[in-house]
Design a protein around this ligand. Structure first.
Ligand code: SF4
Ligand code: SF4
Length: 326
């Protein structure tokens, strides 16, 4: 039998879920409900011989009828990670993380590892839970529509660009002068380009509020002992470099993000994310920093200027804004 040594796996045990989380992709999809079979799980473990197995996907893994058998089999071969919202499920797993939205939910799992999605409105929850949970894992909200986007606390530009351009945030005069080719503005712009490859001036000027919110959260998170995401795009790295994702129907995908077709609403466009192409080496630029982003023909037409169709191009996981527990 084929054995792909050292390739870790994330297995979606089921895509069914009894919970109604506000920000779940399940609210906007129409995937056929299904559960993976015990035989397929055994096969996958034999084939990949993983060091680490993540047992969760877009459904709640604890409702799979064989969940305890699967945990037992997985534990014999690898480190096991699971994320659930079922606060009654207690198993001796290497990392069992409870996903929570409110303080009342947290009371049921106080002392355990928890995961929280950062939104503009939940700084208080994060503060209160820190120190009481065993560990806190944070990720930013992935926006599937405009309404969700308005609740996010991150900014799409990179931290590197922000640091170089911090003094022009919200400065319409700079943009106006630059467009008029004012000598001072052009000189400042040229100096910025000596440090970063691209300056998305439009974003810096128009999205000042977003940038300030992201800075506020960045400062809050730096004071807390939590596992935190980036609030601005960081160095690009695919978290699934050494992983595959197995969907509940048994099919294999490059990662969880590409396993189901879904919209992704970013400030500049709505994309349909689907698994047409994936290049985990991420050879292309980050659109959030690009000066051509506003009205970019490639972005509007669903691919990027390197010819890739919406796979990894604008992946929030690849810049550390979104984080997964694998
Ligand atoms: S796809 Fe468009 S916005 Fe993105 S990097 Fe290329 S030119 Fe810039
Ligand atoms: S979409 Fe993101 S997480 Fe998935 S393979 Fe591409 S870079 Fe990696």
């Amino acid at each position: 039998m084929l054995s792909i040594v050292n390739m870790n796996i994330q297995i979606e045990l089921t895509n069914r879920c009894p919970f109604e989380c506000d920000y779940c992709v399940r609210k906007i999809w129409s995937a056929k409900p299904c559960d993976i079979s015990l035989e397929r799980v055994k096969d996958l473990i034999e084939t990949f011989d993983p060091e680490r197995i993540a047992l969760y996907g877009y459904g709640d893994p604890t409702i799979h009828k064989n969940v305890r058998d699967i945990v037992r089999i997985a534990k014999k071969r690898a480190e096991v990670v699971m994320v659930t919202r079922n606060y009654n499920f207690r198993e001796n797993i290497d990392l069992l993380v409870y996903s929570i939205d409110t303080l009342s939910e947290f009371k049921k799992v106080e002392g355990y590892p928890v995961s929280i999605i950062i939104t503009k409105d939940n700084a208080d929850l994060i503060r209160k839970v820190t120190g009481k949970a065993k560990e806190v894992y944070l990720t930013n909200l992935i926006p599937y529509n405009r309404e969700m986007y308005e609740k996010t606390a991150f900014a799409e530009i990179s931290k590197k660009m922000l640091d170089v351009c911090i003094d022009i945030i919200g400065d319409e005069n700079f943009l106006r002068n630059l467009v008029k080719m004012d000598k001072n503005a052009v000189e400042r712009y040229r100096k910025m380009l000596e440090v970063v490859e691209n300056v998305n001036v439009r974003y810096l000027v128009d999205k000042a509020d977003r940038i300030l919110t992201a800075l506020k959260f960045e400062s809050l998170l730096s004071e807390l002992n939590v596992n935190k995401p980036n609030m601005f795009a960081g160095e690009r790295k695919c978290p699934y470099e050494n992983y595959v994702f197995v969907r509940a129907d048994g099919k294999i995908f490059p990662c969880m993000e590409l396993a189901y077709e879904h919209p992704l609403y970013l400030g500049y466009s709505t994309l349909t994310v689907e698994c047409k192409s994936a290049d985990k080496s991420l050879p292309y630029p980050w659109c959030g920093d690009c000066q051509f982003l506003e009205g970019c023909w490639f972005v509007e037409n669903g691919f990027d200027c390197y010819g890739y169709e919406c796979g990894c191009s604008r992946c929030l996981f690849s810049v550390g804004i979104a984080r997964c527990l694998i």
